[in-house]
Design a protein around this ligand. Structure first.
Ligand SMILES: *Cc1c(COP(=O)(O)O)cnc(C)c1O
Length: 463
């Protein structure tokens, strides 16, 4: 019973630690000592029967919810009976816009439909092309396709994991309407170069900032640099509401139209239930709810402090692993002033690990108790593209040669992205970066010990 209480209190301590935005190590606490005196990297990897690097730790839970401080507003909403869009949503939109330094924000059902709405209200439709990186979540591309437009893939810079600005211009045609940089993994794309290209070719810029809450490029929040930015509040995201999303922009006319589009085409500001206004445009319904907003307001209070902890821990972890042979952590562009670190990425090169495959490396790392993943599959080669091109709408909107999937695949080859997805990428999730400095040391030590014993781990994989 005593042991149970101890575990519980340590876990509570860890949680409070991250909630208060403190990235402090457990130094000084007697609980931390067993981890600090162990030289983990000198031990045998767990997969070979050694002790696991992480045996006694618990990763910070996600999402974080504070009964004491977070539930009041949610209960207020529930008890009021006003559950559809009203004052709480407006308040959340105002707070989100303020947090970003944007003029306006519109909350919608999810990040996917923030993108769908944005593309739709920029009048990007059948026959138009949008430039996107292949290293992203499916929603980036599906939001283009669901508007009937054509995604054109631009290969990435594997050092930064972002769309490579140097490869954008070669993909611009007379049909190109927009560039859609994705601040993937919560690391900012190279916005100066992207904006310069957009200006030169008169293209719109839609930032997919669904993973990049409060990330900054040149001291400006990402999502506020282009013509519009889109965010997701899905449960895994750095501001979790379960589901939710937002469009942000400084363009009032565009934002008014986005409001109308997501509210049956009713004029901007029409209250829920006011059916007498009539629809001024063709719209749909993608509204946020009052209780989602109440959760969002609570989560927003801790986002800045959490972002600071993630930055500190990411910098620290990066410094600890950068010299391990075969490990190349992400690079940030010079003008990046803050990361969001929805994920912590590095590239794995099996040559530094005696030829140990990435999959076997990941298995060995998981055996240490360290969750990790190989990330995205290649988005530019999957069957949804052919399926879309075979649809009635696409066949009516595009010349036949544009829908030839083999020719499309040929035009949209992204060899560097292929290599990143298939051989190199490794991710840790953002909640791990809310742990202590000791936690970061243990991640690094576990990687080191696998590196030192790579030949033996490799032999194991062969059996
Ligand atoms: C999560 C995500 C989306 C979609 O957001 P949802 O809220 O899940 O619909 C879009 N783009 C990227 C890069 C994302 O990570």
């Amino acid at each position: 019973m005593k042991l149970f209480n101890q575990t519980l209190s340590r876990r509570t301590f860890l949680r409070q630690n991250s909630m208060a935005g403190l990235g402090v190590a457990m130094a000084g606490s007697s609980l931390a000592k067993p981890f600090e005196i162990r030289n983990i990297s000198a031990e045998k990897p767990a997969i070979l029967g050694g002790p696991s690097a992480w045996a006694e730790h618990k990763w910070p839970a996600w999402p974080i919810w504070d009964k004491e401080n977070d539930e009041k507003l949610v209960l207020e909403v529930l008890r009021s009976g006003v559950w559809s869009r009203a004052d709480m949503v407006t308040r959340f939109e105002k707070e989100w816009a303020e947090a970003l330094g944007a003029k306006r924000s519109l909350a919608v059902v999810n990040g996917t439909n923030a993108l769908v709405t944005t593309i739709n209200q920029m009048d990007i439709k059948a026959g138009d092309e949008v430039l996107v990186p292949p290293y992203t979540f499916i929603a980036t591309v599906s939001s283009i396709l669901s508007n009937g437009a054509m995604p054109v893939f631009v290969d990435i810079d594997p050092e930064t994991f972002q769309i490579d600005p140097a490869k954008i211009e070669a993909k611009i045609t007379s049909r190109t309407k927009a560039i859609m940089p994705v601040h993937i993994l919560g690391l900012p794309a190279d916005m100066d170069r992207i904006m310069a290209i957009a200006k030169k070719h008169n293209l719109l810029v839609i930032e997919d900032a669904c993973q990049a809450h409060l990330a900054e490029y040149d001291n400006k929040k990402v999502g506020t640099i282009g013509d519009a930015g889109c965010f997701s509040f899905q449960n895994s995201k750095n501001l979790p509401i379960g589901e939710g999303g937002a469009v942000v922009s400084n363009n009032d006319k565009f934002m008014d139209k986005c409001f109308s589009y997501t509210n049956f085409g009713n004029p901007y500001g029409t209250a829920v239930g006011a059916v007498g206004t009539g629809s001024v445009m063709q719209g749909t319904k993608l509204r946020f709810t009052e209780y989602q907003a109440a959760i969002g307001i609570a989560q927003l209070k801790r986002l800045d402090a959490q972002t600071t902890v993630r930055n500190d821990n990411a910098n620290y972890l990066k410094s600890l692993i950068k010299d391990i042979p075969g490990i190349t952590p992400y690079k940030l562009y010079d003008k990046v002033t803050r990361g969001a670190y929805h994920l912590f990425p590095f590239r794995y090169n099996k040559e530094g690990f005696k030829g140990l495959s990435r999959e076997d490396f990941l298995t060995a790392l998981r055996a240490e108790g360290i969750p990790c993943s190989s990330g995205y599959a290649t988005l530019n080669t999957q069957p949804y593209l052919k399926d879309t091109f075979d649809s009635k709408n696409y066949r009516k909107s595009y010349p036949k040669e544009m829908l030839d999937i083999n020719a499309y695949n040929e035009r949209n080859k992204c060899p560097l992205n292929d290599k990143l997805c298939k051989e190199e990428a490794v991710w840790f999730t953002q909640n791990m970066l809310l742990g202590s400095k000791t936690d970061m040391q243990d991640i690094a030590s576990a990687i080191e010990k696998i590196n030192k014993n790579a030949d033996k781990v490799k032999t194991l994989g062969k059996k």
